[in-house]
Design a protein. Structure first.
Length: 195
């Protein structure tokens, strides 16, 4: 009985939270498309940038179409899509114009993705996902721009971005717990009948 309630709550979290993840990804796509058009110095760079945006669009269109059709993706599919998000955003941070360093403007795309994942999944999954996002961004930055740690002026923005990204995961997890607690309280409350 308790296991059924836990399984049902996880399924509800995934079903309703998936909409948040889909819309967060649409905002990332819109921002990435805008920055790709704005920052591209030439047609070749714009074409390469467009490939990443189109890949994100196809992934999100697939998930959004399933949701609208009443056949939402399962937890595994949403997790894989979220990992693909991290990979594609990391490619943006490394290779797009204005990227490739601790002050890359594309790091902001990690924030909604990490936040949305933390809203959808329980903390036991959200915390490792947030940690993975932190590690991927840190590794990408340090591999491309090893000088990041050489001075406080370079290290400070890098550290602030890591803190902001961790905060997104923490805030999403905190909100997830509030919603879960509200749902549990609503189930415990007995409605008062009027005679």
């Amino acid at each position: 009985m308790v296991m059924n309630a836990i399984t049902r709550e996880a399924a509800e979290d995934l079903y309703f939270g998936q909409v948040v993840a889909i819309w967060a990804r649409w905002f990332v796509i819109a921002g990435a498309a805008l920055l790709a058009l704005w920052a591209a110095p030439d047609e070749r760079t714009l074409a390469a940038s467009t490939v990443l945006v189109v890949a994100l669009m196809l992934l999100n269109f697939f998930l959004h179409a399933r949701q609208v059709a009443g056949q939402p993706a399962n937890a595994g599919m949403v997790t894989v899509a979220s990992l693909v998000d991290l990979a594609l955003i990391t490619v943006m941070v490394i290779s797009w114009p204005g990227g490739g360093s601790a002050d890359s403007r594309y790091v902001v795309f990690y924030y909604p993705v990490v936040f949305a994942f933390a809203l959808v999944f329980r903390p036991q999954l959200a915390v490792p996902y947030t940690a993975l996002a932190l590690l991927v961004y840190a590794a990408a930055t340090l591999v491309v721009d090893a000088g990041t740690l050489q001075s406080a002026e370079q290290f400070e923005p890098f550290l602030m971005r890591l803190i902001a990204m961790a905060s997104m995961g923490a805030l999403g997890t905190y909100y997830w717990r509030i919603q879960r607690r509200r749902r549990e309280d609503a189930l415990v409350a007995v409605p008062v009948e009027r005679y």
